[in-house]
Design a protein around this ligand. Structure first.
Ligand code: IMP
Ligand code: MG
Length: 183
């Protein structure tokens, strides 16, 4: 076991330091791309709240935040393919530049649904920033403007990502022990 690692974990995939570098890079890129424009960041709850909070602090310029919650996997470690809005945006996004902030792109079902839904509300633009993406797992092609790190095709937790609502507090991203699923 790696030193200081939670006992339910197999290995750390991305350290706190590695994540910080990538978040800063994306934040600076967003600042440059949206310079002189008003940007609305929309985090997909709950997983993206940690990424959103860190990312926000690297964005210079006019930026506002809002949140959406959609149904997720529940306690299951695989995609159900069912997407349902649990919490909608507080304000209209008409004539606004919107950037969806996601923790992880897996099957892509969640983001496909959100893109379509938000684009139907007459925004100026809707783009995606995802911290992680699982290579080759997408059922549908999705164009993400900002991508952080390629993640192995294993179930990961930490830095906002959960398994059955646990492990979100970990400052790093790690693979969960299979024994935790079957417990
Ligand atoms: P998708 O719709 O299959 O792309 O799944 C996206 C959502 O599933 C993410 O926002 C996460 O909440 C959740 N998810 C997918 N893979 C993982 C994982 O490895 N760990 C934790 N949550 C995950
Ligand atoms: Mg989740």
């Amino acid at each position: 076991m790696q030193q200081g690692m939670h006992p339910d974990l197999v290995r750390v995939v991305f350290t706190k330091e590695e994540i910080a570098v990538v978040v800063e890079r994306i934040g600076r890129q967003i600042s440059a791309d949206y310079a002189g424009q008003k940007l609305l960041l929309v985090a997909v709850l709950k997983g993206a709240f940690v990424f959103m909070a860190d990312l926000l602090r690297y964005i210079e310029g006019s930026v506002e935040v809002d949140f959406m919650a959609v149904s997720s996997y529940g306690a299951e470690a695989k995609s159900s393919g069912v997407v349902r809005i649990i919490k909608d945006l507080e304000n209209s996004i008409e004539d606004r530049h919107v950037l969806i902030v996601e923790d992880i792109l897996d099957s892509g079902l969640t983001l496909t649904y959100l893109l379509k839904n938000l684009r139907s509300r007459n925004p100026l633009s809707v783009e995606i920033a995802t911290l992680l993406y699982k290579e080759g797992k997408q059922d549908v092609a999705i164009d993400c403007k900002y991508i952080g790190l390629a993640c192995p095709n294993e179930f990961v937790v930490g830095y906002g990502l959960d398994y059955a609502e646990r492990y979100r507090e970990l400052p790093y991203i790690a693979v969960l022990k299979p024994s935790v699923y079957s417990a």
